[in-house]
Design a protein around this ligand. Structure first.
Ligand SMILES: Cc1ncc(C[n+]2csc(CCOP(=O)(O)OP(=O)(O)O)c2C)c(N)n1
Length: 570
């Protein structure tokens, strides 16, 4: 344990130094007048060679937060974000919502309008400093963050930053919010002393209680038709091998419902796809593993007598106002620790004959499932406009095994399975659109030697502010392949209307309102305008070669690429 001292001119300088010391590598930022002390501190650090986080400029707040999200999901570490006071925070709400519901750790900061009207260094000196102040700036995000605070002086800096980082990085992980008034950042701080390493660290992940794990083990071992449903078990990559081992030993079928993190390799013999509904009628014990919505009860639910266990770092999803899935046993535990313990526990009870029979059933079921997918793929191959199953299959054919797929909406994983931990990321359960492109840039920043492919709908892409996105990809040298599956509509709105009013006026009309996106810009030209490669693809037969050209641009020419794939509607 060592106490370090340094001479600094301002709290801003101490703040940046401390972030770097605590391992914060990047500060994703969208700046304003509140940043002046930080801009000054960054410039001084560049001259003196003092280590500070690397500033990454994003010209929209949602982009800054999505990039931080993407970086955190790949590294498992805590990034920092800084936005401009109240208005920047307002633009960041959707991004922080996504991060919160996806349990992404993040130090989300924003300036505050200067508090004082005159006198102190940093006091108000611009017109906007009056109107931008709010009574409760943090109130905009308080429901979404684990903790919020305002830095009030330099003396408290170490405690505040350590506490922020420790809370963000403790399970269930998530964003924390810190506001940084300009006078405080500008305050002189003649000497700054801090502990290195930190003396306030994140809590170790929750371990499973022995009794609870034994009980789950007994239930699964006694089950005739057990089923595991997961969305995010693979948030910690170590959990993937643990789940693979558990499933393999006891022939436990696993469904990845609305996958957000690859949890089980797609080619695993127990992987039963992405929709649990065909298996719910027979299931007698279901393990809901890091999964907020394992099924949609108004459409299909397990039988009432089916016993249900929920396991995860926050198995009851405490921040969801309503979530009423049956829960006979809830176990708070990180999957990477709980799954090996569960494997050991089931081993004590599991009857071998049942396991052998289930293994055969799994093989048969998977064979039928894959035959169905093959058929759909074959039927889709020639369709024009291009079918999303075909587009997904074409991506599967060209992507290297270790490519990172960031999917906002449109990729169909049935036709483009991923096998390696950390190689697939889907949208946050909050589904605040405009995440995928930025998250892909953050992923590329975290894994510069891996190919990153973002699959986006035309709607999602537009929410992601394409001009800002392509600018960031170029400015930060992040060559990502964007595949826009463009059906020229908000298909989700159409599906929702059709679901509620199948025979209604809207479905009878040729052009129901608020669904079609007419006159869309040529997305490929927007990418090209930022120096990237862009191509529009209408012919399904031309898609494989177009993907090869785009991949060449990304991997050989090292520039971003975008394919605007004209797809059919839902
Ligand atoms: C910030 C935000 N605004 C609106 C929505 C509602 N919404 C959900 S899906 C969707 C349409 C997405 O369009 P696209 O990406 O083209 O996919 P498609 O629905 O056509 O399959 C909309 C508007 C949302 N989820 N997030």
């Amino acid at each position: 344990m060592a106490r370090k001292e340094m001479a600094v001119d301002s709290v801003a300088e101490a703040y940046l130094t401390l972030l770097a010391e605590r391992g914060v590598e990047y500060l994703f930022a969208n700046a304003g007048t509140d940043f002046a002390p930080l801009v000054e501190a960054f410039a001084k650090a560049a001259r003196t060679g003092t280590p500070v986080p690397k500033p990454v400029l994003a010209t929209h707040e949602n982009l800054a937060l999505s990039m931080a999200h993407g970086w955190a999901m790949v590294t498992g570490r805590v990034p920092a974000v800084m936005l401009h006071v109240s208005v920047g925070t307002a633009n960041g709400v959707c991004g922080v919502f996504n991060a919160a519901r996806d349990n992404m750790p993040m130090l989300f900061t924003a300036g505050r309008s200067p508090l004082t009207e005159t006198g102190l260094p940093g006091a108000r000196d611009v017109y906007i400093h009056w109107a931008q102040e709010m009574f409760d700036q943090a109130g905009m995000v308080r429901e979404l963050v684990k903790w919020d605070y305002e830095l009030r002086n330099g003396e408290q800096l170490e405690t505040v930053i350590d506490r922020a980082l420790a809370l963000a990085g403790s399970d269930p992980k998530g964003p924390v919010y810190l506001s940084l008034p300009r006078e405080v950042l500008a305050e002189p701080l003649p000497a700054f002393a801090y502990d290195q390493p930190a003396r306030r660290v994140a809590a170790a992940p929750p371990g499973p209680g022995v009794d609870a794990i034994n009980e789950v083990g007994r239930m699964l071992a006694a089950a005739e038709n057990p089923l595991i449903i997961t969305a995010s078990a693979g948030r910690e990559p170590a959990a993937v091998a643990a789940l693979a081992d558990l499933a393999q030993r006891f022939a436990l079928p696993v469904v990845q419902h609305r996958p957000r993190h690859l949890s089980l390799p797609a080619d695993h013999p127990c992987h039963l796809g992405y929709d649990a509904s065909p298996y719910l009628d027979d299931a007698d014990v279901i393990l809901v593993l890091e999964c907020d919505v394992p099924w949609v009860p108004s459409l299909k639910a397990p039988r009432p007598q089916c016993r249900v266990v929920h396991l995860g770092v926050d198995p009851l999803f405490q921040r969801y106002p309503i979530r009423g899935f049956a829960c006979d046993l809830a176990v708070t535990a990180a999957p990477a620790a709980a799954l090996p313990a569960l494997t050991a526990a089931i081993g004590r009870y599991a009857p071998q004959d049942k396991i052998a029979a289930r293994r055969q059933w799994l093989a048969r079921t998977r064979e039928m499932q894959h035959a169905g997918w093959r058929k759909t793929r074959e039927n889709a191959a020639g369709l024009r406009p291009i079918h999303m199953a075909w587009a997904s299959a074409c991506i599967a054919d060209v992507k290297p095994e270790d490519a990172i797929l960031v999917n906002e909406y449109t990729l169909m994983p049935e036709y483009c399975g991923s096998n390696l931990p950390g190689s697939y990321f889907g949208s946050s359960p909050a589904s605040g659109l405009g995440w995928g492109g930025g998250a892909a840039l953050g992923a590329k920043l975290a894994a510069p030697n891996q190919l990153v492919i973002a699959t986006l709908g035309d709607g999602s892409h537009l929410f992601g502010n394409p001009v800002a996105l392509h600018h960031a990809a170029a400015a930060h040298d992040l060559p990502v392949l964007f595949v826009i599956m463009n059906n020229s509509m908000w298909g989700a709105v159409r599906r929702a209307t059709q679901g509620m009013y199948p025979q209604g006026e809207a479905m009878r009309s040729n052009k129901p309102p608020l669904i079609d996106l007419d006159q869309l810009p040529a997305f490929e030209q927007v990418c090209a305008a930022a120096g990237g490669y862009g191509e529009r693809v209408e012919d399904p037969a031309a898609l494989p070669a177009a993907l090869e050209r785009a991949l060449r641009a990304v991997t050989v020419e090292r520039r971003q690429a975008l394919l605007n794939v004209i797809c059919r509607g839902p």
